[in-house]
Design a protein around this ligand. Structure first.
Ligand SMILES: *Cc1c(COP(=O)(O)O)cnc(C)c1O
Length: 457
């Protein structure tokens, strides 16, 4: 094989890691619509947000003017344990596909939680600790967020209460044990520990629970325990901000080798990894320095950007978080079971929604069988067993590379590989057995959900 100028893995030095997060909203001429108080529909104030979120996180949520927000040293030190993450040139995949395209992926699965979620979990735990809180509460469905938050809380010696959807609690005992090993209290939801949980159990004995129900229990637990706040692992702009370490590192690594990407792709659940990856590049484009094609990839079973509507909606089923204007399927929409649990969110981050509205961010969706086919192809040639969520981005990258094969264009494609799939083997088993089902909502089902969106005047 000929010697290659670009290594398989581009690593950065510790001192090349970002010292500030990048706040894209500062560079947007048309900003995302403001968050609203869910009761009064007035723009959310710092006072109001601070009751739900840690104060500094609430400040970050409202900050649309500072392009850079310093990453506290304590957080940077923690990042050093698992960052910088490698930017990998997918030479083997390129060869296998026979494409002239150059494919790179930013791999975020190199930590025990197995995904990018730790980038924000550690920041949220830090601000909670700094504020003198005792602990935080959250819900987890698939388990990645709960795992990341448990790790972050144990590092800062904070109490962590995780409400885990009962079916996941039973089906994913290993994730549960990782969380418990890091000191989190994991409660199957619905539970007897909250009023709402007891009510649901009385009405539906034997229920396997739902994400909405777990959110309600987690928020009740936060409100009824002094010194606790409720934290979220995606969708909010503060989370997207923390995830910009992904994009900033990618930008530095590419610049180091003089590489200019043409297409940047990420899977999109609530939008935090995608937003974190593309923000610095969107910033370049908004400032007129470069042009890129940005693609969000979502499951056909939960198509908020591709089939949702742009409207104010609740971020959480518990309805205590502010209203956000976003592409949404409706807060009560319950997406069909899908093995990419981390992408089963009804709405999309407000900044990404506004970029989609402005035509800057494109969106595509794929069915889970085609996504698992891409995952298998990738695992067999690149070695990494990808998370089903991440595999949506793999699928889109392969599609773009095959298009280049037809046209002969030597485009440079960068995608985010958000995590590993070791806890998703039940999904892989179904795929291997040929039992994987696809579900695509009908227009009528979506219309029914849209009709329940909050009435704004
Ligand atoms: C949670 C998760 C996602 C989706 O969340 P975003 O906020 O949209 O980034 C994607 N991949 C993995 C591995 C996840 O755990």
């Amino acid at each position: 094989m000929a010697t290659k100028e670009i290594p398989y893995k581009i690593y950065l030095e510790e001192d090349e890691m970002p010292k500030a997060w990048y706040n894209l909203r500062a560079d947007m001429k048309v900003k995302p619509a403001p968050l609203l108080n869910p009761q009064t529909h007035e723009p959310a104030t710092l006072e109001m947000l601070s009751q739900v979120f840690c104060r500094e996180l609430a400040e970050q949520e409202l900050n649309v003017t500072d392009a850079y927000i310093e990453i506290p040293e304590e957080i940077r030190d923690f990042y050093k344990m698992f960052r910088p993450s490698p930017l990998v040139r997918a030479y083997c995949l390129e060869k296998k596909l026979g494409t002239p395209a150059k494919i790179y992926y930013k791999f975020e699965g190199n930590n025990t939680s197995g995904s990018h979620k730790l980038n924000s979990a550690i920041a949220q735990a830090y601000y909670a600790k700094k504020q003198g809180l005792k602990g935080v509460t959250t819900e987890t469905g698939a388990g990645q967020w709960g795992t990341a938050l448990s790790m972050a809380c144990s590092y800062f010696d904070l109490d962590c209460k995780v409400y885990m959807v009962k079916v996941s609690y039973e089906q994913k005992p290993f994730r549960r044990e990782v969380m418990r090993t890091y000191g989190a209290e994991v409660t199957p939801s619905p539970s007897e520990t909250t009023e709402i949980g007891r009510k649901i159990l009385a009405e539906h004995p034997g229920t396997g629970g739902s994400l909405g129900c777990a959110v309600s229990e987690a928020t009740e637990a936060a409100i009824t325990h002094e010194g606790y706040r409720y934290v979220l692992g995606s969708v909010l702009n503060q989370v997207l901000l923390h995830q910009t370490v992904i994009g900033l590192e990618t930008q530095t690594a590419l610049k180091k080798y003089g590489i200019k990407p043409d297409i940047i792709i990420g899977c999109a659940g609530g939008g935090s990894n995608l937003g974190g990856l593309i923000s610095p590049f969107v910033g370049e484009q908004l400032r007129g320095e470069a042009n890129y094609e940005f693609i969000a990839v979502e499951p056909a079973s939960c198509p908020s950007l591709t089939r949702g509507i742009y409207a104010y909606d609740y971020c959480d089923t518990g309805r205590i978080c502010p209203l956000a204007k976003m592409y949404t399927l409706g807060a009560d929409y319950i997406p069909a079971p899908n093995h990419a649990g981390g992408l089963r969110y009804h709405g999309m981050n407000s900044t990404l929604s506004e970029l989609h509205e402005q035509g800057i961010l494109k969106a595509v969706s794929y069915k889970q069988t085609e996504v698992f086919e891409a995952a298998e192809q990738f695992a067999r040639i690149e070695g990494i067993l990808p998370a089903p969520e991440s595999s949506h981005a793999i699928k889109a990258a392969i599609e773009e590379a095959l298009r280049c094969k037809e046209t002969g264009e030597e485009k440079t494609i960068v995608f985010g590989l958000t995590g590993t799939g070791y806890f998703d083997l039940a999904g892989y088993a179904k795929f291997n057995d040929g039992d994987l089902q696809n579900y695509v909502p009908t227009d009528a089902e979506l219309a029914e959900s849209f009709a329940k969106l909050p009435k704004m005047d």
